[in-house]
Design a protein around this ligand. Structure first.
Ligand code: ZN
Length: 168
């Protein structure tokens, strides 16, 4: 379950809507998802444990550069995530990290399950560098860097990313 802390009143409605959307996706996943990951995500959202602190991060510190941060059983959701209308996708992304997912896992399910209007964004150049450093393999999924096709370890199709952003 999520322990929600410190969000301004004006953001609570958006947060509730985002949680509702995530709940729908977890009830009816839009595509294949490893069963263990789905179970972990459902437990984070609604199970008796683990308790995950969902904390408003404002616009300072880590939130000057990031949309969110997570570590252990704590998710920090930043002001800009609300301002740019990205709450559902960013929150799901961080929940995948809490479920031990690496960057490729989190980006894959963010983009497979949410549309741009729901806050999904393709991986950045820095994300691609992380994918490469990690051998295009993650905890729940892997990717063929030539086709940018992401599959789980049962070889089920998850998502195809758009071309990698060019280096400036
Ligand atoms: Zn991430």
């Amino acid at each position: 379950m999520l322990s929600i802390q410190g969000f301004p009143r004006s953001y609570r409605r958006e947060l509730t809507q985002a949680l509702g959307l995530i709940r729908q996706r977890l009830a009816h996943p839009p595509g294949p998802v490893p069963g263990d990951l789905l179970g972990d995500l459902r437990a984070i959202l609604a199970g008796p444990r683990p308790t995950v602190d969902l904390v408003f991060g404002g616009a300072t510190g880590a939130c000057q550069e990031d949309y969110a941060r997570s570590g252990g059983y704590r998710i920090l959701l930043c002001n800009r995530t609300f301002q740019e209308g990205r709450v559902p996708a960013v929150l799901l992304h961080e929940m995948v990290h809490v479920a031990l997912g690496w960057e490729l896992d989190a980006e894959a399910f963010e983009n497979a399950w949410f549309r741009r209007a729901e806050g999904a964004r393709p991986p950045t150049r820095s994300d691609w560098e992380t994918f490469k450093d990690q051998g295009y393999r993650a905890w729940w999924v892997q990717m063929d860097p030539r086709t940018r096709r992401v599959t789980d370890y049962a070889d089920r199709f998850i998502h195809t990313f758009p071309p990698r952003p060019r280096t400036r």
